[in-house]
Write a protein that binds this ligand. Structure first.
Ligand SMILES: Nc1ncnc2c1ncn2[C@@H]1O[C@H](COP(=O)(O)OP(=O)(O)OP(=O)(O)O)[C@@H](O)[C@H]1O
Length: 275
């Protein structure tokens, strides 16, 4: 579906991502993990067309999208959310989602100003797509609430709706659970799982290891810009290279602690299974 071949990017003398090859499996949830500075956000920016790689190719459904402008990548069906919430707080949830849809419609400023037939048709289409997107994230009741008045978790949902309004085949979520509490994290995890169950392919970056371990079907691990492992959560959490990357002193203390706890939990679970 989405394949990357020997993808790399260099910022001046810094090789942020290097020689990453693989593919995203359709219909499942893939998590990209790795210690701070591992290249996760940069790799995300490459997949979603925000950065152009200095080496390698990105292929989506057989088409080379490496050099396509971002809006064309979005129109083909790859949408993303951003780590820092990029919603418009002074607009309603619905208006935010309408803006998300506008990215892929063709009405220009002239159509909007002159109220042309195309604008009216596409205005209706945007509204329909926006409602559908809000429904998918469980926000239809709050469609007319100003985004700034919603809870942190609901604002996260709005940013997902903004991406969903473009009707993507692949949804890239950049740290969806950052800044929300454990209960909200569980609720959001459920919504992401429902989206995937509905056929959407989900790729996410997340630091909350407990969330990743319960949510991801597949995990890819980056370290120093390179892929060092991939597999199921159980496989990855047992992988010596992954343990070394996290416990070797490169990770932030809270990430190290969380991973250590998850690894111990996983080891205990496997131990009791074989007892
Ligand atoms: N626009 C940029 N210009 C220069 N260097 C960059 C740029 N973006 C990222 N880098 C560098 O690339 C490397 C990878 O950074 P990146 O943000 O992708 O890591 P990350 O795994 O997402 O980290 P974190 O978990 O802290 O968000 C780092 O050395 C970073 O300083």
């Amino acid at each position: 579906m989405l394949a990357y071949e020997d993808v790399g990017i260099r910022f001046g003398g810094n090789q942020a991502v290097q020689g990453v090859t693989g593919s995203i499996t359709p219909g499942i949830i893939t998590a990209i993990i790795g210690p701070n500075g591992a290249g996760k956000s940069t790799f995300f920016n490459l997949l979603s067309g925000f950065y152009k790689p200095t080496s390698g190719r990105i292929i989506f459904e057989g088409q080379d999208i490496t050099r396509l402008p971002t809006h064309e990548v979005v129109a083909l069906g790859i949408a993303r959310t951003f780590q820092t919430t990029t919603i418009y707080k002074e607009l309603s949830a619905l208006e935010n989602a309408v803006l998300g849809h506008r990215v892929r419609t063709k009405s220009g400023l002239w159509d909007a100003l002159l109220g042309t037939g195309r604008e009216r048709r596409e205005g209706k289409a945007s509204l329909d797509a926006a409602y559908t997107a809000l429904k998918r994230v469980g926000l239809e009741q709050q469609a007319h609430v100003l985004a700034g008045n919603l809870t942190q978790e609901a604002q996260k949902r709005v940013s997902i709706a903004l991406a969903l309004a473009t009707n993507p085949k692949i949804l890239l979520l950049d740290e969806p659970a950052a800044g929300i509490n454990p209960e909200e994290t569980v609720n959001l995890t459920r919504t992401i799982r429902e989206l995937a169950a509905g056929g959407l392919t989900v790729v996410l970056i997340e630091h909350k290891m407990s969330m990743i371990m319960t949510l991801a079907d597949h995990i890819m691990v980056l370290h120093h810009g390179q892929k060092i492992a991939e597999g199921s959560p159980a496989q990855v959490s047992r992988d010596p290279a992954v343990i070394e990357a996290y416990l070797g002193g490169h990770a932030a203390p809270h990430v190290r602690e969380e991973l250590k706890a998850d690894l111990e939990q996983e080891a205990a679970r496997l131990g009791s299974q074989h007892a």
